[in-house]
Design a protein. Structure first.
Length: 173
């Protein structure tokens, strides 16, 4: 069956995020301090060897911002009909979280990127969810390979190149 998949582009969300005062500075300072940390205990992903050794494939452009996102896909019951023969309606949500933000800020509602809603009435079976994830993968591919140039950010009124990649998958256990 054909279902409508509404989503917002990764580039537009990054643009909205970076238009807010203090966000760019907070992200850059947090990542720099986490990468400098010399503690043998790991408190955040940026202190793990995988994050410390990320391979971006290209030299960093002047003032380029490099972002890492985590991915989460979750399901919830949008409508539940109680009683005899009651049916529920499940909807999926595809979220990205910018790992460049400090942990205390990452999961605040204003900082979580709701990429799209997977329509119900039931969860896709097997590989049926792939067509929804594929839209995100194509956008992330462009973000990694070419980046997106934002004509204006709060810190860079003349514009800034942003590149990004997908890091950890955050899932139910």
């Amino acid at each position: 069956p054909i279902r409508v998949f509404n989503y917002q582009t990764v580039a537009s969300w990054i643009g909205k995020l970076l238009s807010r005062p203090g966000i760019e500075e907070t992200m850059e300072q947090y990542v720099a301090s986490a990468l400098r940390a010399d503690d043998s205990r790991i408190f955040d992903a940026w202190q793990a060897p995988l994050f410390r050794q990320l391979k971006w494939g290209k030299r960093r452009a002047h003032h380029e911002l490099r972002l890492v996102f985590s991915l989460s896909v979750d399901w919830f019951t949008a409508h539940a009909h109680h009683g005899a023969g009651g049916k529920s309606w499940s909807v999926g949500a595809i979220y990205l979280v910018c790992m460049n933000l400090p942990p205390k800020l990452r999961y605040l509602p204003q900082n979580v990127f709701l990429f799209g809603m997977i329509p119900g009435p039931t969860k896709p079976v097997g590989t049926a969810v792939d067509c929804f994830i594929d839209v995100l993968v194509k956008e992330l591919h462009v973000l990694f390979d070419h980046g997106v140039f934002l004509a204006r950010t709060h810190l860079f009124p003349s514009g800034r190149l942003c590149r990004g990649l997908l890091g950890p998958l955050v899932a139910d256990l």
